[in-house]
Design a protein around this ligand. Structure first.
Ligand SMILES: *[C@@H]1O[C@H](CO)[C@@H](O)[C@H](O)[C@H]1NC(C)=O
Ligand SMILES: *[C@@H]1O[C@H](CO)[C@@H](O)[C@H](O)[C@H]1NC(C)=O
Ligand SMILES: *[C@@H]1O[C@H](CO)[C@@H](O)[C@H](O)[C@H]1NC(C)=O
Ligand SMILES: *[C@@H]1O[C@H](CO)[C@@H](O)[C@H](O)[C@H]1NC(C)=O
Length: 480
């Protein structure tokens, strides 16, 4: 369970299977900010530093994205953190008190122009508290950066904070009352909201689903709710029994990933009926902070690419990958050293976000289409369009590999000439093997422990339309 938090959208930037001439159909819009970050309020200062003191590591590798910090000198967050070594969630803040200085951090220390979804507290069941929060956000933050206010977080898991029979009718009643009341706290009437941010899909209790809210007419009555949000993690280590099921190989399987996205089908369909946007508002590989050797690997980065692209084809507009500090193995980076990993560090999943940012950077109207006729469990193809014109291919080779010998690493060749011609440019996401936690590169570049970008951009040239991928690699292919 998380407390109120902020959601950021990243601003940045063998044997041959032949791509026959069958043109991909059904291209759907590919949001330029497909991958964003979901950050606990309690960790916002870890990631972005304090007023006048941006976190040096985060600042170093996203230097070009950050605006100059202003100088003031107060501490911003007071967190009550329960540190129980036997509790996998023991380093999560149990209560967070924020003050106006947090808004300066969010305005000044995060990459310039990053849109924010700002969380408001519903769990405390105090409309007055939520009203104070939205007024404070209005007073202190550039409203053009706030794409929505999110009321409540995982209300289907409020447990002791609500009566045991608390269910969808109570939630619906509160939303009808609270959301218009919160909107009225702001002088301009056009603030947007995000709701309901239930954890799921397997945790639907007492009818708490988007589909049921639509049956009850709730979103129809609340035009200010522009974004619908669900949360989900395919695996968890929250209990010893569930932890046993976590295996990197399960992530490197497109069929399993499609099945996972399929579980959200009825929720997506309910949202699409209104033409509103669907957000996977908090997600990651393994709930309860991720698993070492699974969530922080090249394989996890490949899974995030497949998951987000499969999801967007199915109608999920954006994914917010969860970030925390203190051995949160699914975090894209940890800005402060931890017990297990001293020193701030990048995790391989960060390169998945860069991959998508680079994929869409030069496209005006990005669209994506799957190529299911060609896909297998481990060879995955996506066609990327600008408007109606096919511009790029994303190819994934999800085959699992261990060991470090390149000579014994299997590879697959994808024939791309029919779609893009013979002369091609290729950029590659790679690392030593599926479980590599360090040494992963995107287009030849990586971020080191100082937060410095290492290496020159590497673009490979292909003359015969054939693109080879080692097991556990991904590429972007374009015309040369
Ligand atoms: C939230 O409610 C608890 C009691 O349930 C209270 O102690 C706490 O002060 C409240 N938090 C805020 C920020 O009002
Ligand atoms: C991928 O997952 C499916 C469904 O669970 C399974 O049938 C298949 O054997 C898996 N493929 C690989 C390569 O592990
Ligand atoms: C940080 O940079 C220095 C100087 O370039 C280098 O010697 C050192 O190895 C780097 N440290 C890490 C952790 O990458
Ligand atoms: C940030 O980069 C500077 C210059 O390369 C370096 O001296 C500093 O140690 C880096 N900070 C961190 C936290 O790695």
């Amino acid at each position: 369970m998380t407390l109120s938090r902020v959601l950021f959208l990243a601003a940045t930037a063998g044997h041959a299977s032949s791509l026959r001439c069958r043109a991909p159909t059904e291209a759907v819009p590919l949001d330029k900010q497909l991958m964003g970050l979901s950050i606990e309020f309690g960790n916002a200062v870890d990631f972005f530093g304090d007023v006048g003191k941006p976190n040096e590591f985060s600042n170093n590798f996203s230097k070009t994205l950050l605006i100059a910090p202003k100088f003031r000198q107060f501490s911003t967050l007071e967190c009550v953190v329960l540190n129980d070594p036997d509790d996998p969630k023991g380093s999560e803040a149990q209560s967070v008190i924020f003050n106006a200085r947090l808004f300066d951090v969010l305005t000044d220390n995060v990459p310039t122009g990053s849109p924010i979804i700002f969380g408001l507290n519903y769990r405390n069941n105090s409309l007055a508290l939520a009203q104070q929060e939205i007024r404070a956000a209005y007073d202190h933050m550039d409203q053009s950066l706030i794409i929505a206010y999110e009321l409540g977080n995982e209300a289907n898991l409020y447990g002791p904070y609500r009566p045991t029979n608390y269910g969808v009718d109570d939630y619906a009643h509160d939303m009808r009352e609270w959301i218009p009341s919160l909107r009225c706290q702001l002088p301009s009437a056009n603030a947007k909201f995000q709701s309901p941010s239930f954890a799921g899909p397997e945790l639907v209790i007492n009818g708490m689903s988007i589909a049921r809210l639509v049956e009850l007419g709730v979103p129809q009555a609340l035009p200010e709710v522009e974004y619908f949000s669900i949360h989900g993690y395919p695996y968890n280590i929250c209990s010893a029994n569930d932890a046993k099921k976590v295996d990197l190989r399960n992530f490197l399987n497109h069929t399993k990933t499609r099945t996972l996205i399929g579980e959200y089908g009825s929720e997506i369909a309910a949202v699409k009926r209104f033409g509103k946007k669907m957000h996977m508002g908090e997600t990651g590989s393994v709930a309860c902070h991720g698993k070492n050797g699974v969530s922080n690997t090249l394989g996890a980065a490949l899974w995030e690419l497949d998951y987000a692209l499969t999801g967007t084809v199915a109608g999920i507009n954006r994914f917010f990958f969860h970030m925390g500090q203190g051995d949160f193995y699914y975090s894209m980076w940890e800005p402060v050293g931890t017990a297990a990993t001293p020193g701030p560090h990048i995790n391989p999943t960060y390169y998945a976000m860069l991959f998508i940012a680079d994929l869409v950077a030069d496209l005006k109207d990005p669209k994506v289409a799957p190529m299911p006729d060609l896909d297998t469990d481990t060879t995955v193809h996506y066609a990327i369009y600008d408007g109606k014109k096919l511009q790029k291919l994303v190819l994934l080779n999800l085959e699992y590999c261990s060991g470090t010998s390149q000579s014994s690493r299997r590879s697959t060749t994808y024939g791309s000439a029919r779609l893009l011609g013979k002369k091609l440019r290729v950029r590659r996401l790679t690392g030593a093997n599926s479980a590599a936690t360090t040494g992963v590169t995107w287009a030849g570049q990586s971020v080191d422990g100082n937060g410095s970008i290492i290496g020159a951009v590497k673009t490979e040239s292909v003359d015969d339309g054939r693109v080879s991928l080692f097991a556990s690699e991904a590429v972007i292919v374009e015309r040369a």
